[in-house]
Design a protein around this ligand. Structure first.
Ligand code: ADP
Ligand code: ZN
Length: 712
């Protein structure tokens, strides 16, 4: 089996011109009948790795997938591309099941998605034994490992596949990278000398940002206002939070819903369906949300609270921007969260508490980092990442250091005078001279540093405290109400005048503001593009509603963006857009091209000069039945120009009858002349060869006909 065939299928069904790095090698590995293990981040493009072999190899591909809701979405997505796919699980009636089984038996199907329970059932097994199987794909393969974070006992039975089908290749796919899980997967599946592919876990299209967890609601409103019509998810720690937040957002006029495990199942699936179908824009959810959805146009993810570890965090932000176009992520961070999480971990979790605390600490380091955040993430996944990414808040606003020795002295001396008995927020209040009742009750207002830090804002102080802790000048006693304690380094500062370098929060902010003001002067082209994108998006939603599928199943955001930028108006050009395959061209092409043509015409009518519009205007008049001369007159152009438009459109495959413009006889003579010449052809040479008896425009059209005819 050749990769050439794979590439053709990639374009034909999915509309993509190229494989992403590694996809081609993985497909080849399956073609070579190797057992294959694929580790790729969410959104990396895992599905293509088994779907392309499935449609190009002989026999049916059996895909094991743990989530029923995901199966339905995936199958819908595949059917929209013209691929024969179905699923079998408990949600189908028995007659529906039988119909699918008949399709399998008749080899009338490329991919069958099944639950792990189904595949081990004796009836299904005997059906599989009677047909040709191209491959087994195990999606979310980490579910097989008890090391992983999402262990599913039913997955452990999958070992039986190799026993019954020893020569059929198995491809296992997961977004979980760690080595223990990896080993476990291949052992559990009994894979034979598996080829292992580990893709980069970087998701460069996701921007990373961390903000202090104060006034979160206002920050969220600002964030969302900057992103109108962009679907997004806000992850919260508690159920109560999801509900409160959704209520508040609704009261601010936003289209938000809450989602958590305790909602009645019917309501839960409605919330999810509405989000998938772009009917609800914002979901405030606990981490229960997201596993079962495959929505590619989630444009942002906010973490209202700090996640427990980097694995979860990365998986959750990974749900944004799966279509590969830009998406934003924002994490709110506060000491209070650390404290809550520590309590949860120490009190509720019975196993591996130390490990879990250590993981939380790594998460905290990420939130507190003063260097590129992506570096921290990728290094965490053992992927060396040297350069600064340019798409995180730190890279965009590198910290500016200043001499913070006096600030440090004030803070440390206050800790000392308060006998190491207070936490960070009390300390800050004392330093800022707060009138809090308990300060007076306890006499904290009498210490020398009370009010000594009044010249900095609360926000500044929080940022300073965080740095002092990270730099080792202070310690948080997590086991003792989070009170602050002095360290050996503190003594250096207090008694030996050690210099302390700090970063000020506001510097970063004002720089960010400046950058934003600069960005406000957008180039005109981009504004126009936004407008057309919006038109196409509305069309997409309308089509999705009519057909009862999620909008991204019609086309992804990335595809719409490219359409809006390139504005194809004829089939050949539309086919050139990434994400437009044969079936979608057939089903939806005209709807979108009509919108683009309408848009271009409206712009031309407003007097704008638009690239590519000239062909459209000519073609439009041609379709209305005007002659070339009439078109030329109407457009105030030379007929020769109009002929060249017609020739161009014909070459691009539009249904134009060239023999309206010359006779068969004339064409034969032109063809003889062309064949007598060596390329590159000069129109003039042909004209002279034909003794100047056939006019240029006919030669031009004849040449198009010849080109098309001889095209391979
Ligand atoms: P994963 O399963 O790894 O999370 P998907 O298979 O859902 O990722 O792919 C993520 C997105 O990337 C999908 O929208 C998919 O169509 C797109 N994609 C995959 N491969 C390619 C490719 N070669 N070129 C362009 N887009 C691709
Ligand atoms: Zn960075």
């Amino acid at each position: 089996m050749s990769l050439e065939k794979a590439k053709i299928a990639l374009k034909k069904y999915f509309g993509y011109d190229n494989f992403r790095p590694m996809q081609a090698d993985i497909v080849q590995s399956v073609y070579d009948l190797n057992d294959t293990l694929v580790l790729m981040p969410t959104g990396g493009g895992k599905s293509i790795c088994y779907q392309i072999p499935a449609v190009t190899m002989d026999g049916v591909a059996v895909v094991v997938s743990p989530l029923i809701s995901l199966m339905k979405d995936q199958v819908e997505g595949l059917q929209a591309t013209g691929i024969k796919a179905s699923f079998l699980n408990s949600s189908l009636s028995s007659s529906e099941q039988r119909a699918v089984e008949d399709d399998i038996f008749n080899q009338n199907i490329d991919l069958i998605y099944v639950s792990p329970e189904k595949i081990v059932s004796p009836n299904f097994l005997s059906l599989l034994k009677r047909v040709k199987i191209a491959l087994f794909a195990i999606d979310e393969a980490h579910c097989i490992s008890s090391w992983g974070h999402d262990f599913r006992p039913e997955y452990t039975q999958l070992k039986f596949i190799k026993r019954h089908f020893p020569t059929t290749p198995i491809i296992a796919l997961t977004a979980t990278a760690d080595k223990a899980t990896r080993k476990d997967i291949s052992a559990q599946l009994d894979m034979y000398q598996p080829k292992i592919f580990v893709a980069s876990f970087d998701r460069p299209n996701l921007s990373l940002e961390v903000k202090p967890g104060q006034k979160k609601f206002e920050q969220i409103i600002q964030f969302i206002k900057k992103r109108p019509n962009h679907p997004g998810i806000i992850y919260c720690l508690s159920r109560k939070n999801t509900e409160n937040l959704a209520d508040k957002l609704q009261m601010s006029g936003l289209n938000a819903k809450a989602y958590h495990a305790k909602l009645p199942p019917a309501q839960r699936s409605k919330v999810q369906e509405d989000f998938i179908n772009d009917r609800t824009e914002i979901i405030c959810a606990t981490v229960a949300f997201g596993m079962g959805i495959d929505k590619s146009n989630v444009r942002w993810v906010i973490h209202y609270n700090l996640p427990k570890n980097i694995e979860s965090f990365y998986q959750e932000i990974g749900r944004a921007g799966r279509d590969g176009t830009n998406a934003s992520t924002l994490l709110f961070y506060s000491f209070a969260d650390i404290r809550t999480l520590r309590e949860i971990l120490t009190n509720n979790e019975n196993a591996q508490v130390d490990l879990k605390l250590a993981k939380l600490e790594r998460m905290q380091q990420y939130a507190e980092s003063l260097s590129c955040r992506r570096k921290i993430l990728l290094n965490y996944f053992s992927e060396p990442f040297e350069k600064a990414c340019g798409n995180c808040d730190i890279c965009k606003n590198p910290p500016q250091y200043f001499d913070g020795s006096v600030i440090a002295q004030k803070a440390l001396s206050a800790v000392y005078r308060l006998k190491q008995r207070v936490g960070s927020s009390m300390l800050i209040d004392v330093l800022r001279g707060s009138n809090r009742r308990d300060i007076f009750d306890r006499g904290y207002n009498k210490i020398k540093t009370y009010g000594a830090g009044g010249d900095f804002s609360l926000r500044d102080w929080q940022f300073f405290m965080m740095q002092l802790i990270n730099l080792g000048y202070l310690e948080v006693a997590y086991d003792d109400n989070n009170v602050l304690r002095l360290t050996t380094l503190s003594h250096e500062v207090l008694f030996n005048k050690k210099k302390v370098e700090l970063v000020r929060a506001q510097v970063a902010e004002s720089r960010a503001k400046k950058a934003k003001e600069k960005a406000k002067v957008k180039p005109k082209r981009e504004r126009v593009r936004d407008e057309l994108f919006e038109i196409l998006r509305v069309k997409r939603r309308e089509l999705a509603q009519q057909r009862g599928v999620p909008p991204y199943v019609i086309f992804s955001d990335a595809t719409l963006e490219e359409m809006a930028a390139k504005r194809p108006t004829i089939d050949a050009d539309l086919m050139g857009i990434s994400g437009v395959g044969e079936r979608k061209l057939q089903l939806y092409g005209n709807f979108f091209m009509d919108k683009i043509i309408e848009y271009i015409k409206s712009k031309v009518a407003e007097g704008e000069k638009i690239q590519g519009s000239t062909y459209i205007l000519t073609y439009d008049l041609y379709k209305q039945g005007l002659t070339i001369d009439q078109i030329a007159k109407k457009r105030a152009l030379n007929p020769v120009t109009i002929y060249s438009h017609i020739a161009y459109l014909y070459e691009k495959g539009e249904p134009i009858d060239l023999f309206k413009y010359f006779t068969e006889k004339e064409y034969e003579r032109i063809e003889v002349a062309i064949k007598a010449m060596k390329p590159p052809f000069q129109m003039k040479d042909i004209f002279e060869y034909l003794q100047e008896k056939i006019p240029y425009y006919k030669i031009r059209l004849g040449f198009s006909f010849y080109t098309k005819k001889t095209e391979v």
